[in-house]
Design a protein around this ligand. Structure first.
Ligand SMILES: NC(=O)c1ccc[n+]([C@@H]2O[C@H](COP(=O)([O-])OP(=O)(O)OC[C@H]3O[C@@H](n4cnc5c(N)ncnc54)[C@H](OP(=O)(O)O)[C@@H]3O)[C@@H](O)[C@H]2O)c1
Length: 326
């Protein structure tokens, strides 16, 4: 069959998308053909589009790692799904299109009460918040955390989730509007780090104690200041690089700032199997069903508008979640 897709023929800037017809084959053993209902946009998509994250297969490529869809046809050996089921997934890439084929063991069936657009907005971002707060550094009640880019896609979910876990939640955000939004999403304090010195502010908020953990996806612009916000033996979780790659990391800084720990985690390592994906997804869907996690779709565009969306994302013009509608 023929379907519409945003194709990247060469890695490059946000304008590199070509909206065109592509051919989709038949699902093989263990695979399903799905029709996308809504597609999540993530900052990581810009890394694959630009070539910052190298692409292992042949060109051209289709980026996009988060979506909700309806099962259209099944290959052989697919046991747990039937045509018409609503599913969601995060990874592998290839989501910026109307139809695709995907391995059945990389998708989860959606509970009825989870809306399709919400599912497309939370599969990657929500599972990221889950592994950061429960796996990488399991947050305990009474601990204090600092989460950078608090009003972003992952940031708005992480603020609510950490608050639910009983932490004191400090965030940073790049404008007054974003500060206000983060304050409505679980953060107790939000620092406008475009305007104020976040190290000094964290020191004041924590009475000089520092925080137990910094979740840092900004990268270049917040290093090494993030280390200065930590308590002795605290954890710096460096999970992204929205402002650019850190190219001056110095192991000795960890000693200088108090025997710190660090990690550079990725979502896939926390959900490598069907079992781990299903378990983490259930935790996420339970948070939604119980009302502990409220998800707004903050920006919604047509599938053909990927270039515009990537420009907005890279220019810090988005808040929370962004989806594309086929
Ligand atoms: N390792 C993992 O498993 C994993 C998984 C998911 C996401 N991530 C990472 O987490 C981060 C957040 O992802 P997301 O999709 O939710 O994106 P996002 O937070 O919605 O967007 C990125 C935000 O980063 C902030 N930022 C700071 N400096 C920036 C700069 N120079 N250019 C652009 N943005 C800048 C902006 O917020 P302000 O204007 O408020 O500063 C911007 O809105 C990304 O770095 C992503 O790669 C990592």
């Amino acid at each position: 069959m023929v379907t519409k897709a945003n194709v990247i023929h060469q890695p490059g800037p946000a304008t590199s998308f070509s909206y065109e017809d592509i051919l989709v084959g038949e699902p093989g053993p263990g695979q399903i053909l799905i029709k996308h209902l809504a597609i999540g946009v993530n900052f990581i998509d810009t890394y694959f589009r630009s070539g910052l994250n190298p692409w292992t297969g042949d060109m051209p490529i289709i980026v996009g790692a988060e979506a909700c869809g309806e099962v259209i046809t099944l290959g052989t050996d697919v046991q747990e799904l039937v045509a018409g089921d609503r599913i969601a997934y995060t990874f592998p890439n290839g989501a910026y299109c109307e139809h695709r084929i995907i391995d059945a063991d990389r998708v989860v069936k959606l509970p009825e009460d989870v809306d399709s657009e919400v599912a497309a907005a939370v599969m990657l971002k929500g599972l990221t918040a889950h592994y950061l707060l429960h796996g990488t550094f399991p947050v305990q009640p009474g601990q204090t955390i600092l989460f950078h880019a608090a009003a972003g896609g992952v940031g708005l979910l992480a603020g609510q989730w950490a608050n639910y876990l009983g932490a004191k939640v400090i965030g940073t955000a790049g404008s007054e509007e974003k500060v206000q939004l983060a304050l409505q999403n679980g953060y107790h304090h939000v620092i406008n780090y475009q305007q104020d010195d976040f190290v000094a502010q964290v020191e004041e908020i924590t009475d000089g104690q520092g925080v137990d953990v910094v979740y840092d996806s900004v990268g270049k612009d917040t290093y090494p200041q993030s280390l200065k916000c930590l308590k002795r033996c605290g954890m710096w979780v460096c999970f992204g690089q929205s402002s650019g790659v850190i190219d001056n990391f110095n192991l000795k800084d960890l000693a200088q700032h108090g025997s710190l720990f660090t990690t550079r985690p990725t979502l896939f390592d926390y959900i490598p199997t069907k079992e781990t994906l299903t378990k983490a997804s259930k935790a996420l869907f339970d948070m939604l069903s119980n009302g502990h996690l409220r998800v707004s779709v903050n920006q919604k565009f047509q599938l053909a508008e990927a270039s515009k969306v990537h420009q907005m994302l890279e220019n810090r013009q988005t808040k929370g979640s962004t989806i594309l509608i086929p």
